[in-house]
Design a protein around this ligand. Structure first.
Ligand code: 5GP
Length: 215
């Protein structure tokens, strides 16, 4: 479970999109939200846009792996698609906030790798939000205010990446994903695989004279 969090305007969505384009065994967790759809967004691709009533129903039926209220709207991760992807051996990418990240930590800390993405400066963050030009000024102001609280939590993340250059930041995130896939604790198959090789080697050399200490 690869979690990307950042204040609005840090360039996280672009990094996530590029990662999904290059990493074939990575699926995006598509959240449900009660936020109005932006004109560039497609229902079912960027989010599932749903009513507050539907959201509350899903939450009360425990159909959400985590959920939070962000900038005055509800956001949540549907549980089923994530569990299905993980069961089939795929990695799952989450674009969620700090509150959601903490909920995933509580449930399955050892399965979560979290990355906090920071903008290179506040000036750049503001200009990215305005350049996007899809949110009204009061919405942008609210997002900047939320960013103050969010940025204080950088130290709760496993990794921190400053997005001063998109291709460098992308490469950093991709390297983290690839390295974490090789973490010993994540591979259930590696123990039996190595045991098998050791057995083969023992057979070839003959048991006599090969002790555990030497091997
Ligand atoms: P936006 O409205 O810009 O798409 O997202 C606002 C914030 O909500 C972002 O920080 C994003 O990471 C977070 N967010 C999106 N989906 C979820 C979700 O399912 N759960 C949680 N906890 N946060 C989410």
């Amino acid at each position: 479970m690869l979690v990307l969090s950042s204040p609005s305007g840090a360039g996280k969505s672009t990094i996530a999109r590029n990662l999904l384009g290059q990493e074939t065994s990575l699926s995006l967790s598509i959240s449900v939200t009660t936020r109005p759809r932006r004109t560039s967004e497609i229902d079912g691709v960027h989010y599932h846009f749903i009513s507050r009533e539907k959201f509350e129903l899903m939450r009360d039926r425990e159909e959400l792996l985590e959920w939070a209220e962000v900038h005055g709207n509800y956001y949540g991760t549907p549980r089923d698609p994530v569990e299905q992807a993980l069961r089939s051996g795929r990695d799952v990418l989450f674009d969620i906030d700090i509150q959601g990240t903490f909920q995933l930590y509580e449930r399955m800390r050892e399965d979560v790798v979290s990355i906090f993405i920071l903008p290179p400066s506040i000036a750049e963050m503001k200009s990215r939000l305005h350049r996007r030009a899809e949110d009204a000024d009061d919405v942008i102001l609210r997002r900047l205010k939320t960013a103050v609280g969010e940025m204080r939590h950088w130290s709760e993340y496993d990794y921190v990446v400053v997005n001063d250059d998109l291709s460098r930041a992308f490469l950093a995130v991709q390297s983290i994903l690839r390295a974490e896939r090789h973490r010993r604790s994540r591979s259930a198959a590696i123990g039996p695989f190595i045991d098998g090789m050791v057995d083969d080697l023992r057979r070839e050399l003959g048991e006599a004279g090969v002790s555990d200490a030497e091997g």
